[in-house]
Design a protein around this ligand. Structure first.
Ligand code: FAD
Length: 446
């Protein structure tokens, strides 16, 4: 019998799942295949809080809980229910693997220090083989015209070369069906790893909390259209295409408020409920049917930014997590009080305060305001960019380790870009993007 433990990480879907397909192939190896799909959701008290606040705030938890519910339902329908362990992967996976006699743990590869340390710890656990498969980028790193170490330091160069060589991502895979049945897991093992199947996966995460339904929210994740999970993600993307919104994307993408000014793909992409290859394949089909224009091309450029930050992680690894990032410039001594004022939306700078209030109230913020808020902490308050990144990590429903770290480094001037950091003048940004003060009034700062 070949038993495989499939560890879901930030890839909470069944469509276009190369790692899951590899696990299935492995399980078919010899004898009767068995598959145990697992997700690890440590309790809050088991997670370190290095900056003095929770790592995963209420909005992210609620979106994740809905995502897991959707994935659990899909897996159960295929006869292979999801096991959610309320403990860390290092605690639970070796115990489970031993109990079911798993030949290997298969999962997606995540090229960030904490996530790599998890895999290393599992590999060290006696007799446990881990197969980690890279799958979160649109483009295959091996198909790029540069070796990873030679990636251009400037995004525009990266994009222009790719356009010139006409690179195309591989086609998305269909969802697997059927799945092998799960092995039996003894009740005492389930108890030891804090596992539960079906039902509410995180009873404390309430998708009907006011933040998820806030009428001011640009992404009301508590409503059916913005729920977490593959089903809602695919439906959202289908209606976005049906309404031909890619055509107007470039003209509207710098908006501050509303569900439609940008694609709102990020929460589903970040949890892996949507595959970027599926998104691009659909976008290309849309362009063939309705024509390509500046708007649809710009959406592809933005998806390339997402890839770019992933590739930078493959290139520079843990260096991106140093206080200095890739720069040698020293950090100023930050003031804790300024950071508290910033995160609570009480700096006295109306646009920044409105943005920080929106983030805390809803878990989403437009790209424009993420830039303005990050720039203000770094360049006006001389704050620690890592504390700002940690606050975004806690709040954003679309938190993505690569995009968050990459964008903060970029604005701080501590990434690869040789042109230094990016300072956004909040007063000028307010004049250009909120000329009538409507946004600031909505969040009580004007
Ligand atoms: P759209 O404008 O519709 O863009 C389409 C997709 O392109 C997005 O879903 C995203 O996958 C990608 N994309 C767009 N802009 C960027 C960008 N600058 N960097 C990387 N990918 C991009 N994005 C996250 O997904 N998770 C994060 O944790 C995150 N943290 C950020 C922190 C800061 C300080 C800044 C300035 C930006 C951050 N972004 C992050 C990038 C960007 O703000 C969001 O991806 C975008 O606002 C999400 O909304 P959307 O899906 O409607 O974007």
């Amino acid at each position: 019998m070949s038993t495989i433990l499939f560890w879901f990480r930030n890839d909470l879907r069944l469509h276009d799942q190369p790692a899951l397909q590899a696990a299935l192939q492995r399980a078919q190896g010899n004898g009767t295949p068995r598959l145990l799909p697992v997700f690890c959701l440590p309790r809050e008290e088991e997670q370190a809080a290095p900056w003095g606040f929770t790592r995963v705030g209420q909005h992210r938890r609620a979106f994740l809980a809905a995502t897991l519910q959707d994935l659990g339902d899909r897996l159960a329908a295929l006869g292979c229910p999801l096991l959610v362990c309320r403990s860390t992967p290092e605690q639970s996976l070796p115990v489970l693997a031993r109990a079911i006699g798993a030949e290997a743990v298969v999962c997606e590869e995540i090229a960030a220090p904490e996530e790599e340390a998890q895999v290393a710890a599992l590999q060290q656990a006696a007799g446990l083989r881990v197969q980690a498969i890279w799958q979160s980028s649109l483009l295959d790193p091996a198909a790029l015209p540069w070796p990873t170490a030679g990636l251009p330091g400037v995004f525009t160069t990266f994009r222009q070369v790719l356009e010139r060589v006409g690179i195309a991502p591989v086609a998305p895979l269909p969802a697997p069906t059927p799945l092998p049945p799960p092995p039996d897991v003894p009740a005492e093992v389930l108890q030891a790893v804090g596992a539960g199947q079906g039902g509410a996966v995180d009873a404390d995460a309430d998708a009907s909390s006011p933040g998820g339904q806030d009428p001011r929210s640009s992404f009301p994740y508590g409503t059916p259209a913005c729920r977490g999970g593959e089903g809602a993600g695919l439906a959202h993307w289908a209606q976005y295409l049906e309404r031909k919104l890619p055509h107007s994307y470039k003209a509207t993408r710098n908006g501050l408020t509303g569900v439609d000014f940008s694609s709102k793909l990020s929460p589903w992409l970040a949890t892996g409920a949507l595959s970027p290859r599926r998104v691009l394949a659909d976008l290309k089909a849309f362009e063939r049917q309705h024509g390509a224009n500046e708007g649809s091309c710009w959406l592809w450029f933005e998806l390339l930014w997402r890839d770019y930050f992933r590739l930078l992680h493959l290139q520079h690894g843990a260096q991106l997590y140093r206080a200095r990032g890739l720069s040698e410039a020293p950090l100023a001594a930050p003031h804790a009080r300024d950071f508290e004022r910033w995160r609570h939306g009480a700096t006295g700078e109306p646009l920044v305060d409105a943005a920080m209030r929106e983030l805390a109230a809803t878990g989403y913020l437009s790209n424009r305001l993420r830039q303005v808020a990050a720039s203000y902490l770094i360049h006006d308050l001389q704050g620690d960019w890592r504390a700002g990144a940690a606050w975004f990590e806690a709040q954003l429903v679309d938190y993505d380790v690569y995009s968050n770290q990459g964008n903060w480094l970029y604005i701080a001037g501590r990434g690869t870009d040789p042109r230094g950091g990016r300072r956004f003048d909040p007063a000028k940004q307010a004049r250009e993007h909120d000329p009538d003060g409507c946004y600031r009034r909505r969040w009580g700062t004007a």
